[in-house]
Write a protein that binds this ligand. Sequence first.
Ligand code: G1P
Length: 315
Amino acid sequence: MSHSDNGPARVTRAVIPAAGMGTRFLPATKATPKEMLPVVDKPAIQYVVEEAAAAGLENILMITGRNKRPLEDHFDRNYELESLLQVKGDTDRLQAVQYSTTLANLHYVRQGDPKGLGHAVLCARDHVGSAPFAVLLGDDLIDARDHLLRRMIEVHQATGRSVIALMEVPTEQVHLYGCAAVTSVPEGISVPASGVGSAAEVVAVKGLVEKPEPAEAPSNLAIIGRYVLTPQVFDVLERTGPGRGGEIQLTDALATLIDTDPADGGGVLGVVFRGRRYDTGDRLDYLKTVVTLACERDDLAEPLLAWLKDFTTGR
Ligand code: G1P
């Protein structure tokens, strides 16, 4: 857990905040968590858990709330369904049903009051303890071929610093995100060369603003929902008051960390991602994501593309 002679502790824990109300998808999310909405044939949350597991994070804490029971059920055994599929000899579906139970060791804690992302992360404190940990937000899906999280963990491991994922977005969209002021990594911090082409560039983060007005935006580099954090963030979160939207913001806590040691950037680095990211945060992006990912599936791509061409002709 603590620092060893060989450098920072290994990152093995992931925190996935999943307590949000999903208001943008009502009424679909009245009785179903938004994380359970299907993206092709898997719930959105399964992509995120698969991503964490693929990056070696086998210990996952989900921050849930009321009405989130289906999340726990999805990653648990369903013996009745399994034995039915077994009797039918439907091994493909049996495997699909069992697969989600094998991905990771999942733990759950309830947020209670929905006081914002920063508060959700603070709910992980007892579970995480004094180890570095990753945070994955469920609205952002990262293509499994692009290994963003692996790169972020590698950068953390080499530097001992918190690492956030950044991506260039069109200026008119910056107000939807946390936004970063960045500079080059100071000499003396050695960043490992990357085999991950889509996430090679590393920057030092000098400042962060949550959902800035266009005039206040320090850049068009947006925080996308992946973080590798040192446990120092918990002390700062304890002291962080409500920010944008009256919520306790993770971005504000990271901004405070940076401000406490501006010369050193508070030890926060950014990995600039240039790979494939799919947004499921609102209805239009969700629909685009479903179509995009369906077009990657061998069994669906051809007939779907043919139908889409036909459907869009003359519209
Ligand atoms: C959250 C964060 C924001 C970040 C975004 C990424 O906002 O607060 O800094 O840019 O996730 O998806 P939300 O979209 O949950 O409002």
